[in-house]
Design a protein around this ligand. Structure first.
Ligand code: AMP
Length: 207
């Protein structure tokens, strides 16, 4: 099964993706993680992506689509995958339809008022796990792998505002795009725990 995880920044896509990966053994492909790994590795793609990411803007479509297109040819993607952070606009969704067959688009629907606090309080680990300062109890290392936690450079109020605007104008229209293809399923994420969202996701995936 090939899945898209859709949702605003801070909706919990990464958190749910790692739960889905663990339970359903579905490969997690995050374009944000790929860009961050490239920035860390000092690659050409990383150098190009950094200026866009730091400004809260989307990395150009051609670069992003090429990365995903290539990633989906790897052997580990043959038995299914979930895309987290891609597609992020209509062009990317239409391109994706040319090189992949998507079965389901899972939309995580979150009240906008919760997003700023969620993102600015987020601490992440290089392994992909993410936490919120309100539940860390002062811990500075990842409970899963022991890695050092850090705050993403783009998780600051100014950049987050741009990212939320970009989401609204460019990514949110994809909800209609996948609805019209009959592939959309939405789950609601409120102030409750990630586990409550995961229960809703499992109900959909188990069907
Ligand atoms: P994320 O980790 O999904 O929040 O992505 C972090 C940043 O990476 C985004 O704010 C964009 O600058 C960039 N990025 C990730 N995915 C895409 C995409 N599909 N298209 C363009 N830029 C992206």
């Amino acid at each position: 099964m090939n899945i898209i995880l859709l949702g605003a920044p801070g909706a919990g896509k990464g958190t749910q993706a790692s739960k889905i990966e663990e339970k359903y053994k579905l490969l997690h492909i995050s374009t944000g993680d790929i860009f961050r790994a490239n920035i860390k590795g000092g690659t050409e793609i990383g150098k190009l992506a950094k200026s866009y990411i730091d400004a809260g803007k989307l990395v150009p479509d051609e670069v992003t689509c090429d990365i995903v297109k290539d990633r989906l040819t790897w052997n580990d993607a043959k038995s299914g995958y979930m895309l987290d952070g891609f597609p992020r606009n209509l062009f990317q969704a239409q391109e994706l339809d040319k090189f992949a067959k998507i079965d389901l688009c899972l939309n995580i629907d979150v009240d906008e008022s919760l997003l700023m606090d969620r993102i600015c309080g987020r601490r992440v680990c290089a392994c992909g796990e993410s936490y919120h300062i309100s539940t860390l109890n002062g811990a500075t290392t990842c409970a899963k792998c022991g890695g050092e936690l850090y705050q993403r450079a783009d998780d600051n109020p100014e950049t987050v505002k741009t990212r939320l605007d970009t989401y609204k104008s460019q990514t949110a229209p994809l909800i209609e795009y996948y609805k019209s293809q009959g592939k959309l399923k939405s789950v609601k994420s409120g102030a409750g725990s990630p586990d409550e969202v995961f229960v809703q996701i499992c109900a959909i995936l188990d069907r």
